[in-house]
Ligand binder design. Structure first.
Ligand code: 3PG
Ligand code: CO
Length: 548
């Protein structure tokens, strides 16, 4: 192909937009994407070649096709161009084979607590969402501790979900779990209890240093046992719901379970602690608080001497945590490694909430840059606000910076993530989700114009769905309704496909999708980017989507 842009045959530049959590769904009901005013997206769909990509389940390395997509596996797949068995699957396998219990991490946890007559603690996301964690993993470890290791005392610190599962489903997990613990206690003559917890968006599970106060509050709850006391988790949840009408699980305040002699599950010298989430973004900060000798972010009061392990290694380059139970996927040879090796200049940008998605997840769960000289990573600080109240988030600010990047002619590829569809989709507020999608569309229009002006190529896609399905449905597909007939909000991701649109303004080629590619998915994207950059895709990658 001849090029009008100097000696390089590369687009000027390739702009790659991830519309986080914006999937495609035909049904308009509860579909905040279809119901939003999106003239720019509509124009792209009418005038540009596009296809739909699978973004969930086995197509992204999850155990089954009933697993919804998520940003970790989605960005891993986009960035690495092929399939890796992901955390959820690897932990399942390690437990099924019993390998997890022979590993160094597990042995040292058990030995430490036994040698110090300490308590064994679990902290983690308490649901079967399979995005950050799965309750089956927790249950398997508890059974093993009780019956194989004869561990007398265990405490479980529960982070209530309502974001990867039904928005007010906490008791559906808590009540059977209390029974499960009672059974263990009777059969093994043990003392296993819930220690306390709180909503996952209130304590402990912050990511990308958006709000360390959440982690501090988690520390107070889990370690110090400070906070409002209740006799049971059920009582805490029911009380908070009564006091905060309409509150959803992810936002429930922290609570501590206490009896006559005080909190039942403080973390103390000689205890062992497992953070049982396998996904890293919302695990790294609390891990650092437990592990770093000269941790400076907040004062750890108290700071007991414990043995800490994570479910997985969360950062495979910085080696966080030091001890872990299951080997993570080793995601090597990512698209950025190749592009840097060939001297391409790259920019990555998002706001804090998704900054690590286009850097850390995109680069195979490594938070560092691949090449300082060639890469620029830009983080726009996210506001600390309920995003349903500010659904536009930082889309305009991200876009300002992207336009500067395009106009500078300094980059071969600019990748960006608009968090709106996802972050607002997770709140379950339909009106806000619609506005979120419109904010993305408004920005898309500005990027389209800038790409056109520069003669670049624009790719618009997503990592998984969310905003296109805002109501819960039953197995038959009917909307579930609340007591007053109102639709029940769906806060979680979806099983829907995502668009992959190519807007080529360079006028140097014809973009045509290759009909021979069977079941196109997110893993086909990386090789396609190579095509668009006029580079031969690496052999090991899944095939590109376009005809040559
Ligand atoms: C979260 O961590 O916010 C949700 O569990 C998953 O959302 P994400 O995969 O889009 O980040
Ligand atoms: Co999400």
């Amino acid at each position: 192909a001849s090029s009008t842009h100097g000696k390089s045959h590369r687009p000027k530049p390739l702009v790659f937009v991830v519309m986080d959590g914006i999937g495609y769904r035909e049904n308009q009901l509860g579909n905040a994407v279809a119901q939003a005013y999106t003239p720019n997206l509509d124009w792209l769909l009418q005038n540009c070649p596009y296809t739909l990509l699978k973004a969930h389940g086995t197509a992204v390395g999850l155990p089954s096709d009933s697993d919804m997509g998520n940003s970790e596996v989605g960005h891993n797949a986009i960035g690495a161009g092929r399939l890796f068995p992901q955390g959820a699957k690897l932990v399942n396998e390690a437990i099924a084979s019993g390998r997890i219990f022979q590993g160094k991490g597990w042995r040292r946890l058990v030995d430490f607590a036994q040698a110090h007559r300490g308590t064994f603690h679990f902290i983690g996301l308490f649901s079967d969402g399979n995005v950050h964690s799965h309750l089956d993993h927790l249950r398997a470890m508890l059974l093993h501790l009780a019956f194989e290791e004869k561990m007398p005392r265990v405490r479980v610190h529960i982070l209530l979900d309502g974001r990867d599962v039904g928005e007010t489903s906490a008791l559906e997990y808590v009540l059977p779990f209390e029974k499960f613990l009672r059974d263990i206690n009777t059969r093994a003559n043990a003392d296993y209890r819930i220690a306390g917890g709180g909503g996952r968006m209130k304590i402990t599970m912050d990511r990308y240093e958006a709000d360390w106060d959440m982690v501090l509050l988690g520390w107070k709850t889990h370690v110090a046992g400070e906070g409002r006391a209740f006799a049971s988790a059920e009582e805490a949840i029911l009380t908070y719901r009564r006091e905060n009408p309409g509150v959803i699980d992810q936002d429930l305040p922290p609570f501590v379970i206490a009896d006559e002699s005080g909190p039942v599950g403080r973390i103390q010298d000689g205890d062992s602690v497992v953070y049982f989430n396998f996904r890293g973004d919302r695990a790294i900060e609390i891990t650092r608080a437990f592990e770093e000798k000269d941790f400076k972010v907040f004062e750890r009061d108290p700071n007991p001497h414990v043995f800490y392990a994570g479910m997985m290694e969360y950062d495979t380059e910085l080696h966080i945590p030091r001890n872990y139970l299951v080997e993570p996927p080793r995601i090597e040879h990512t698209m950025n490694e190749y592009l840097c090796a060939r001297g391409l200049r790259l920019m990555a940008i998002s706001e804090t909430q998704k900054f690590g998605h286009v850097t850390y997840f995109w680069n195979g769960n490594r938070s560092g840059k691949i090449d300082e000289r060639l890469e620029q990573y830009v983080e726009i600080r996210s506001d600390k606000v309920p995003f349903q109240e500010r659904p536009w988030m930082k889309a305009a600010e991200i876009t300002d910076r992207v336009l500067r990047g395009i106009r500078s002619h300094r980059y071969d590829m600019i990748r960006l993530n608009f968090p709106n569809g996802d972050m607002v989709g997770h709140t379950g507020v339909f009106q806000s989700a619609r506005i979120a999608v419109e904010a993305v569309d408004l920005s898309l229009g500005r990027i389209m114009a800038a790409a056109r002006e520069a003669g670049g190529i624009l790719v618009v896609t997503a990592d998984h769905g969310n905003a296109e399905e805002m109501y819960e449905t039953d197995k038959a597909g009917n909307v579930k309704r609340g007591p007053n007939g109102e639709p029940r909000a769906k806060t979680a991701h979806t099983l829907n496909p995502v668009w992959f649109i190519v807007y080529d303004t360079s006028g140097t080629r014809t973009v045509r999708f290759n009909p021979a590619i069977e079941k196109p998915g997110l893993t086909n994207i990386a090789a396609t980017c190579f095509q668009l950059l006029n580079l031969a895709p690496p052999e090991m990658y899944d095939p590109p989507l376009l005809e040559n």
